[in-house]
Every structure is written in C-alpha cells, then in structure tokens.
Write a protein that binds this ligand. Sequence first.
Ligand code: NAD
Length: 503
Amino acid sequence: MATLNANVDKLNTYLEQFRDKGILNQIAGKAVPAIAGAKFESSSPVDESLICSVARSTEADVDAAARAAAVAFPIWRDMPALERKKILLAIADGIEARAEEIAFCECWDTGQALRFMSKAALRGAENFRYFADQVTSARDGKNLASPTLMNVTTRVPIGPVGIITPWNTPFMLSTWKIAPALASGCTIVHKPAEFSPLSARILADIAADAGLPAGVWNLVNGFGEDAGKALTEHPAIKAIAFVGESRTGSLITKQGADTLKRMHLELGGKNPVIVFDDADLERALDAVIFMIYSINGERCTSSSRLLVQDTIREEFEAKLVERVNNIKVGHPLDPTTEIGPLIAREHFDKVQSYFDIAVEDGATVAAGGTRVGDEGFFVRPTLFTQATNQMRIAQEEIFGPVLTSIAFSSEEEALQIANDTAYGLTGYVWTNDLTRALRFTDKLEAGMIWVNSENVRHLPTPFGGVKASGIGRDGGNWSFDFYMEQKHIGFALGDHKIPRLGV
Ligand code: NAD
C-alpha cells in the first residue's frame, strides 16, 4: 500500500505537464492546439477521472502536419547518416531518462500494470538503438552485373509516412514503427489512439529535445474517423504503417486507394496455443497463463485459444483454474498487480458481453466471468471450458484476459482446429516430439510460431501475420523494405548494340 501511495504521488507530479494546456499536437516543431480549437477529454480507466483535454484534429490539422513532414523530408533524408544516427541514439537516451514517467503515465492512461509497462519504456529505447545502428547501412544495395551493364541497386526513403497506432501498448508500438521510419530517412505524422494519448506526447517532446529537426516528427491527436481517415487519404503521405483491428485495416486500405498508399497492416489475432500430452506441462502452464493474462489480455499476440489434448485436459484445466483464480487484479501502479482495468467503458462492455455469450453457446465459465468492484473497468481473469471451435468465444477476438479452452484428441484434429480461424498472427506449440513440432509448424497458418516458448520478441526477426492478421513484416531489414524504395541504376560498360529503328 505504501508503494502504491508513493507511486500515485509521483504520477500526479508527472501528470502536471498535461493539466493546464492539455495534450497538444506537434506540427513543424511547435506544440499547437487543433486549428479549429476542438478538444476531447481523456480519462483514466482506473476510476474514470479526467486526466486532461486533448487536441481533436481534423483534416486541416492533418494537412498542416503532412505539409510540414513534406518540407522536412529532404532535410532529414539528406542529413549525413552518422548525424541521423546520433539523433536516434539521443532519443533512446531521452526515453531511458524518462522511463519511469512514461511507464506511470502509460499505466494511468491505459490501465496496464506497472510490472509490464516499466519494461515497455525500456523496450522502446531498445527499438531506437537497434534501428540507429542500421542507419549507416540502410541504403546499401547490390551490384548485379550483366554482360553489357553494371547494374546497381540502392534504397531510398519513400517520403513522409503516416503512423497510426492502437491503445494496448501505445508507447512500445509507436517506437516500433517510428524508429525504423526515421532510420530509413522518412519523416512522420503520428496519429496515436484516442484512448491513450499521453505517452505519444512525451515521445514527441523527447524527439524534439534530442535535436530532431522541426517537421521530421509531427503528432496529430484525434479520432480515427476524422484525423486518422484524413491521414490515410492525404496525397503527401506515401505510406501508412497501421496497427489496430482487422476491420479498421480493411477500411484504411480502401481510404488509401485513391492516393495509392503503400500499407503495412498489423491487425488482430485469435491465436492458438496447442498443448500435447508429451509436453513439459509445468512450463506449458506458465506460458499459457502468461500469454493470455499478461498485459490485461489486450495483446494481439495473446494465446486466446487453448487447444489441449484430451488425455491431459482435466488435470491441465484444474491447475489452470487454480492459478487463474489467484491472479491479482488491482491498481496498475501497485507493483504486485498482475491485471489492471480494461481501457475504456465500451471495451469493458464488449469483454463482459462474452461472459453471457459463452454460456448461451454452451461453454462453461470455469473461472472469472464477472467484473471486479464497482468503479473502473476491472474484470476477473476468465477461463471458458467445454468449448468448441465454432463458438463465438473461439472465433472472435475478445482482447481481454479471457481464455477459451478446447479439447482435441489427435495431431490432425489439433491442426484443423488451430487453422480454423479468420486470423493468423501467432501460434504456440508445446510438445517434446521434435518431428511432430517440425510437421505441425510447417502446416500451422501463422506469421509467427514459438515451440516450447512464450512469445519472445527478437528485433531482427520478422513480426507480422497472415490471413486477417495483417500484411507486411516489421523487424530488421523487413522494416526498411517498407519505409524505403528499391532503385535500380544500369551503367553501360561499353558500346553494346542498341536496336536501331527508323534508319
Ligand atoms: P482500432 O483499429 O480501433 O484503432 C487503431 C487506430 O486506428 C487508432 O489510432 C484509431 O484512431 C485509428 N482508426 C480507427 N478508424 C480509423 C479510420 N477509419 N482511418 C484511420 N485510422 C483509424 O484498434 P484498437 O482498438 O485501438 O486496438 C486493438 C486492436 O489492435 C486489436 O485488434 C489488436 O489485435 C490490434 N493490434 C495488433 C497488433 C499487431 O502487431 N498485429 C499489435 C497491437 C494491437
């Protein structure tokens, strides 16, 4: 309790910066209100109290931001790589210096527990360091000689890009997109989620303090249907890096069609974790619990469908129930809290609606299935058993601390159930049979698969999904491929024969 009180006191000092002015946009190096003066209110999911007002941007603000990004583009693109690298490293230093402030604000803004958010800020710094190290080689190309030509390739930044992020781990996800965009030499307009604007403002301040030239990093706050839509339609914006729901991904693809936007879409998931009876069941249990109940289950890579072999189902589910009932739901700034409140009332209502849907469809609520307290958006970690893969709780992304357990009897059946979904982001396989693991992962429809492991992100590996979970990959060179254009130049080696017409 003493630590929680001390943390709340600290939070209040960190929130001071937002109280009077609210959250402003950042356009052409200046913190500015929305041009029309509109604002919306941001409140905390912990107790629904007002945090501050936020600029509510429209097309005019997005236009100003996109123009600023277009003006700054040649300046940033042509700055020597080592200077750009230095600035990205200074941003990483700035994030580390303000890591606690970022984590506390993120907890209050999103309801995520401090035990996870304290690391998210540092991972954000790591993203900047990782991509800073590649600035000097990002434009390197190939020499593809032919008999008559020396063909060389080079990569050039695509131009100003729009970055649209969700509310689940806003800080980390924003750095994940912005760091490679800047390392490529692109300028950016960032539109953070309306539910979680705090850390994006801090991040823009850190970038300005690190010496990033004005207009390289612009921030427009506001709602998806106006600010977000205008960004996807703006002709000066050459590409959109989007993280959010699958149906929004489809919408912005349509919105970007007239200006032929390049799109990178990181979307939803209904990811399976498959536990065979030959697995290390204690480790599997830890991973199953971690991958759905950490980060409030508001995690695209969460393993929200447990496929458990019928020979071990009863024992495994019994252990699961015991552990799930023990998970600590509480104030996000209490270091012992494991699950905080869900982001907002509408999401809270959506998650709770599945408690009834599960029963209506014939599943059993084996743990949880209720809200906690009568203030804030807290729900008990929930486990549904006796489920089939046709039920809505097995097909729809609930995006909360809610796990659906489905029994299977054979490897073939497990594979069929695992792939029977619109999504294909991640999969987790638990078995000690190496050949089965090879066979199974080969056929599993997912962009990322872990065997005998929870999701452990390694920045050089490709991150992204298949089917309704997305298009495109992040990480290592895959990020540069998105934010840059390949260019081919052929130099004649001599007087090769040129076809002559009209002679
Ligand atoms: P969302 O799609 O509602 O919103 C995401 C962002 O898009 C927000 O900034 C929103 O304002 C904006 N937006 C909404 N409508 C828009 C429009 N018409 N044009 C332009 N922008 C628009 O998603 P959310 O509820 O904020 O986030 C949760 C979702 O994100 C889940 O489905 C989750 O799986 C997904 N997600 C995916 C990944 C991944 O890497 N695949 C990571 C995190 C979250």
